[in-house]
Design a protein around this ligand. Sequence first.
Ligand code: RIB
Ligand code: CA
Length: 303
Amino acid sequence: MCTVIIDTDPGVDDALALMMAMNSPDLVVEGITTVGGNATLSDTTDNALRLVEHLQGKQSVMPVAVGADRPLRGSFTHAYHVHGSGGLGVRLPAPTLRPYGMSAADFMCDRAAASAGPLTVIALGPLTNVAAALDTCPELVGALAEIVVMGGAFDVPGNVTPHAEFNIYEDPWAANAVFASGVPATVVGLDVTRQTSMHRRAGPRWFEGASRSAVLGNRILADRFRERDDFQEFYLHDPLAVAAAIDPDVLTCRPAQVTVVTDGEERGRTLATYGEGTARVAVEVDVERAVELVRSLISDNRA
Ligand code: RIB
Ligand code: CA
């Protein structure tokens, strides 16, 4: 059993990842923290609240704590062209749930201090909130079991520039601060996430059953493939990070120290010095095992 806080910028792959986490019998989701990135902070927060209410109902007590609307420097470059209007493409009913009465950084510090056991942060967006939390409470480094980061592109091209993956590109300064903090980090980059996907031709029933998560998962994928006829695959970037937190054996990782280029043409490029360091960089993925875990946690037949 793993107790987690999920930091996220929903975002369609974030939505699948959140559904996996909330359905998993192997995770205790302590709370969700929102960050700008794929969409504005207002949209990512609204989407997180809508997803929690859709899956857990109006009585849900899942904390959704609001984080950063901009990176440590500059502003976010949103990706509505990828994720659709509102950041989710599909429209869920307006939420009655309200954000938690604490900032994302304070929520992470508060729950780490109060946690009886190890706490893991699963970071699915720019690392701005995590960097802010480490700045607010440096003792977080020793309190966290690890941070599972969806981010980076080490030996493959980026998806924002030839060098950079989106989450790291959006706030390279925060990423550097997190990787330099000493907190153990499992880094799930495009090197492995691009090997895991749902194919257009496998639809419209990518997920089995009539559960809310299976129906919504199919709606989200169908919307993306309809709106983006150039998409042949829906990459499971964020779902793979959640899968790795649930079943670490889906990944093969190498110890490394990770640094991030912050300026110029190679802004957001992630560099790994392998051999030793506080990071574990994912270099291989058991594709069948990972995709089956994603599918089973969103379908009716739980893993
Ligand atoms: O590069 C993929 C990552 O950027 C995913 O987390 C996706 O949701 C976007 O945030
Ligand atoms: Ca994301």
